[in-house]
Design a protein around this ligand. Structure first.
Ligand code: 9MR
Length: 381
């Protein structure tokens, strides 16, 4: 871990850090404490970014991201529907811009994601004469897609979320009912990893999912991953998305999740970290994008700002989480936030549309929040 003297840390006022965002990335003051420097000897520290942040339209956001983070994930632009919208049409413009941005700013690029039940166009699963695709047709499509996309970014993408969210949230089956599974069979996961390995012999290959702090889902995940390893499927790591709330999941479950996966001799990554501070009706931890909750009078209480006591609760939650990540720094290879700042979080629209949420370390003006300071403090030995 990089040592930051207590004195230099204490001069880290909100203003000092905010100054970074008004500079182009390259001009950021090298002595300004940043997340990427603070955790440089522990794990990569990343953020999911959007197109405007990396192509120059949101220059302030881009500069903040480049100065603070050592890894980036495209929040949406490398998903199947974005990068391969029609059978014979790939759209690499945005993804190429991420690769360029990562190279220019010395950041590791994470590929998200290759095989997912969501954000995949309907044609992928369609066969001839209005019938569903056959197993052979869909395997060929999967292989072509993986070879084309992974092949293009060989040497540029450090690791791929090869299969995303294949586990069921309930019921008796381990795997989710998805068109991938229905058409190909349970081995669609093995096949995806093998195609990815063919396409890039060196990239890290991950299984990525949410809600793994839930004991049942975690033990199903352990079974799935053990099976992959036993069959010689080329998997390098597991991503625990970590879409959390202030009080759930319990810290003990967060820690157990890391320990259980590390025991499988897999790299463990926190891939989509955020902390929802708004009231929830139930199902916390279920990040299934298709889930919706009704709003109500009390569902959106902080439209004009997050009160100090809530800022402190969020800061404490993040400090507790980073204490765990640091305890397991030998197994945790990356911690990525799902978004750069509160204004750009998916949690403003999920599971209730149109709310004002505060789940990240930077506020809507890109200023560091008390949670940022709390996380930075954890890095001081
Ligand atoms: O944050 C993403 C949001 O902007 C998209 O609308 C949504 C659907 O593509 O996906 C969100 O990201 C998801 C990620 O890709 C997979 N894990 C859950 C994330 C939050 O839904």
């Amino acid at each position: 871990m990089q040592l930051i003297s207590r004195r230099s840390f204490l001069t880290l006022t909100a203003g000092a850090v905010a100054g970074v965002v008004h500079q182009p990335a390259a001009a950021a003051d090298p002595s300004t404490p940043t997340l990427r420097k603070a955790f440089a000897n522990d794990f990569l520290i990343g953020a999911a970014l959007n197109t405007a942040q990396i192509d120059g339209r949101d220059a302030k956001g881009g500069a903040l991201a480049a100065s603070q983070f050592s890894a980036l994930t495209a929040e949406n632009d490398m998903k199947w529907q974005s990068i391969h919208p029609a059978p014979d049409r790939y759209n690499f413009q945005a993804a190429d811009a991420y690769a360029k941005f990562a190279g220019k700013n010395d950041m590791k690029l994470i590929g998200h994601c290759l095989v997912w039940h969501s954000q995949t166009p309907a044609w992928v699963f369609q066969g001839d004469n209005g019938q569903p695709a056959t197993r052979e047709q869909l395997l060929k499509r999967m292989r072509d897609h993986i070879h084309t996309v992974v092949g293009r970014y060989k040497g540029k993408v450090m690791g791929w979320d090869v299969v995303n969210e294949a586990l069921a949230d309930g019921g008796s089956d381990i795997l989710r009912d998805s068109p991938w599974r229905r058409i190909i069979g349970d081995d669609f996961i093995d096949q995806a990893f093998r195609f990815a390995r063919e396409a890039d012999p060196k990239a890290e290959l991950y299984y990525n999912d949410y809600g793994l702090e839930n004991e049942r889902k975690r033990s199903n995940c352990v079974k799935l991953l053990k099976g992959l390893k036993e069959r010689g499927v080329p998997i390098t790591g597991v991503g625990t998305q970590s879409h959390f709330h202030l009080n759930s999941p319990p810290l003990a479950e967060v820690e157990k999740t890391i320990v259980d996966f590390a025991a499988l001799k897999l790299k463990v990554m926190v891939t989509e970290l955020d902390v929802d501070v708004l009231p929830s009706r139930g199902n916390p931890g279920n990040a299934d994008i298709n889930r919706r909750e009704q709003g109500g009078d009390r569902s959106n209480p902080y439209t004009s700002g997050l009160p100090d006591d809530m800022q402190e609760k969020l800061a404490k939650r993040y400090a507790d989480l980073f204490a765990i990540y640091l305890r397991h720094r030998n197994s945790v290879t990356r911690v990525t936030f799902w978004g750069l700042d509160d204004g750009h979080s998916w949690l403003n629209g999920f599971p209730v549309r149109g709310r004002t949420n505060y789940p990240l370390l930077f506020d809507r003006n890109l200023k560091p929040k008390p949670a940022f300071t709390a996380v930075m403090k954890k890095s001081i030995k």
